[in-house]
Design a protein around this ligand. Sequence first.
Ligand code: IPE
Ligand code: IPE
Ligand code: MG
Length: 231
Amino acid sequence: MTPVDRLHVAIIMDGNGRWALGRGLPRVAGHRAGAAAVRRVVEAAPDLGIHTLTLYAFSEDNWSRPPREVTALMKLLGRYLMEETERCVKNGVRLEAIGRRDRLPAPLVALLEQSERKTARCRRLHLRLALDYSSRRKILEAALRMGSTATEETFSEALGPDVDLLIRTSGEQRLSDFLLWECAYAEMVFTPRMWPTFTGEDLAQALDEFRHRDRRFGRVASEDSTARRTA
Ligand code: IPE
Ligand code: IPE
Ligand code: MG
């Protein structure tokens, strides 16, 4: 079981477009406001016992959005890296991109690699940005690489740590090709909040809910929780 201060939290940051359109703004304004929410959450995470934070920033399927929106998203990601890398170093945040790199704009890849290099020794929080990411692809690639030598352990090692808590904003309740293997026993919290309005306090609340769940991993309920429920 994960120690309470080594949690892996994953977030599907959804609802930027709807948040913006609801205010009569273009969808891109929602993505801009979404970047500020990322800052808030990264800042709040370490003190909440989160050791690994995986954020879904751009899925493989997001390439099928209008080119203008895709371009704006890539620019915003670049800007985030330019503005945040020094702060990451200062706050002990190790940044890593997971996902494909060969289709990202070259300047963005250069920025990513620079951020990864600069933050490589940071240990307070491991921030993983899922960019041009598809969980199915990751699983398929690992399977092809390992072939018949694969075991559950080596496979898990190749993909990354199991998720303890998965949060999705905007009221949608689906995984959208995110961390499918790693979420095998993840607790899930779905909130109607749109991502641009998500705060450190919302993250704390989700963790509070998580800490009240009884994680059974296939076993029978612990006596404590059974007593609590039948009381
Ligand atoms: C999430 O917000 C950000 C990305 C997928 C990049 P959306 O852009 O999906 O916002 P909605 O779901 O259309 O409101
Ligand atoms: C998932 O959100 C991807 C990210 C948050 C980056 P989408 O908005 O793309 O997912 P669907 O289309 O609603 O499933
Ligand atoms: Mg969406």
